[in-house]
Design a protein around this ligand. Sequence first.
Ligand code: AMP
Ligand code: ZN
Length: 328
Amino acid sequence: MKKLDVISLGKIPSRSKCTRCKKRALIHLPSHHANFCEDCFLYYFQNAVRRAFKLFPLRKNIPLLVAVSGGKDSLAAWSILDELGYETMGIHINLGIDEFSAASKAAVEKFALSRNLSFEIVELKNILGITLPEIRKKTKRMICSVCGTIKRHLLNRLAFERGFNVVVTGHNLDDEASRLLGNIVRHKDQYLEKMYPYLPPIGDKIPAKIKPLFRVEAEEIRIYCQLKGIEYFSGACPFAKGATSHIFLEALQLLEAKMPGTKRDFLFNYIKSSSVPEPEKNYKNCRICDFPSYVDVCSLCSLKERLVSTQNSTPGERSNGKEMVSKS
Ligand code: AMP
Ligand code: ZN
């Protein structure tokens, strides 16, 4: 384990004692009103993931396909699941966004090789015949939403083809709390239903989704990565300009600074008052790929069709195929 040379969360009075073992504390978690030494922080972190799994109706030894972007969250998720003894395989989709994708892929490869974990890198160019920057040139739709659609659908397909029934993502407490706030403010009831950290499979082709890090904050994940020596890629996607999700997070951080614990309470109380979503029943199968879809042609297939016909069509003709799977 690497030694911490910085105290990452809040100010800690010198000679503070670890809330759990009474040794010298280095990490201050205001939202828990707790100080931890390094070992007890790791215990806390593992426990947060164990507690998350209590909400997932999964059999004990089910293999997990971990969707890894190369960032701190998904690498931390993969690391802790491996520590907890889960059978995992990492999967990374290389979107072909110049240096951003090259660095993301390199972080995934380096991490997996250093831990001897099995993984696969999937090239978007090989699957769709086109990279994300090329798609961006061809479509007038918001590229972040197109990218989200592509990643969701590809992860479903890749999991199905490789025999995995569960896909793991690295979404953390900050992601989920800010998304919850955004969905409430905008009255997005259809997304609120999908805020649970476990989503059941759809039919026998779309795997269940789990978010094992939903109980830990981004800063806590940074500390975990630092302690474990995880060299993640921290660059921002060059296409992600103008996203509004960070504004909701800023609002929550403001409340958090005044009232530590508010962010956790906001998310956890919402989750406590909801239950595992019912498996989706009202779906048909995409006429082209046969995967579950609400509409005749699924979002991925209609995107492919649009990409082929973009040159000839007008923006008004471009459909916005309704999503079968949850927004994440
Ligand atoms: P994002 O939507 O970029 O915040 O990513 C959310 C989660 O999706 C990450 O924590 C990963 O689990 C997964 N993910 C994002 N990008 C990729 C990628 N290129 N390949 C595989 N999984 C990804
Ligand atoms: Zn389809």
